[in-house]
Write a new protein. Structure first.
Length: 263
């Protein structure tokens, strides 16, 4: 979710990518994962001639321009309603909450006395100090994350250095998030994870490799490869404790740099 500026002032918006993530995050376990490409095709059918007003772009992990949409509240709700009334209500409530936060941020009362002006100046100075500290902490976190990320590693390898994550359930968590799908064709067979198109080259990519074993027909295995934007998103989910965590986790969100000894 982002807050953007329009000609008529501040407004809360959602991109088509964010709406797809929002919808997938609320789907039932048996419901299919919504793909961004399918969502993009649906927009002109729902918004008709107005769809072009909300065209936007984003840059993927390879810095390529990709098409998307950016919707204000009304159109976000219309798109959500095309899937279900419950989703429409969820989007409406969420964006209303963000509008209230934005209004609180923009609220400003001019001081009427010298004492009020001095208190305001002191409050602003304190807020600036807090903001500077938060910016420093954010910069340190980003630097730590970049040192944590290793090009070519899998999501599981990355999560092994996030304290408390249940690494045996990383791929199943990504499956639930809609980042992966299971290409296994036989019931009860070992999962063969593939990268979902909506996150391919954005959060993850995959590397094919041929597997040959005695008594088994050769097949292609796709190794999952985490991208830096995917690492950032995984870290965000980790900080919110939204990844599968170990039952004996100590509750501390700490990172460990790669030292070659992780198993």
């Amino acid at each position: 979710m982002t807050i953007a500026k329009f000609q008529d002032g501040g407004a809360v918006t959602m991109t088509s990518l964010e709406l797809v993530d929002f919808i997938n995050g609320r789907r039932a376990e048996d419901d299919p994962v919504l793909d961004h490409a399918d969502f993009m095709k649906k927009v002109p059918r729902v918004l008709k001639k107005d769809a072009g007003k909300f065209s936007d772009i984003y840059f993927d992990s390879m810095n390529r321009r990709q098409k998307c949409y950016r919707f204000p509240k009304r159109e976000s709700c219309l798109m959500a309603m095309s899937y279900s009334y419950d989703l429409q209500a969820a989007v409406f409530d969420y964006m209303t909450e963000l509008e209230q936060r934005l209004a609180q941020q923009n609220a400003f009362v001019l001081p009427r006395t010298r004492a009020e002006a001095m208190r305001l100046a002191a409050d602003l100075e304190e807020q600036n100090e807090v903001l500077a500290l938060e910016n420093q902490q954010q910069a340190e976190t980003i630097a730590s994350l970049e040192s944590l990320f290793m090009t070519g590693e899998t999501p599981t390898q990355f999560c092994k250095r996030l304290n408390g994550v249940n690494c045996s359930r990383v791929n199943s968590s990504l499956l639930a998030l809609g980042w992966l799908w299971d290409a296994a064709t036989e019931e009860n067979s070992k999962p063969r994870y593939r990268v979902a198109s909506r996150v391919r080259d954005r959060y993850l990519t995959e590397r094919p490799r041929k597997i040959s074993a005695e008594g088994v027909d050769p097949f292609i295995k796709y190794d999952l490869v985490l991208l830096i934007d995917g690492a950032r998103r995984l870290h965000q989910l980790y900080m919110k404790s939204e990844l599968a965590m170990k039952s004996k986790w100590d509750g501390q969100h700490t990172l460990a740099k790669y030292d070659g000894s992780a198993n």
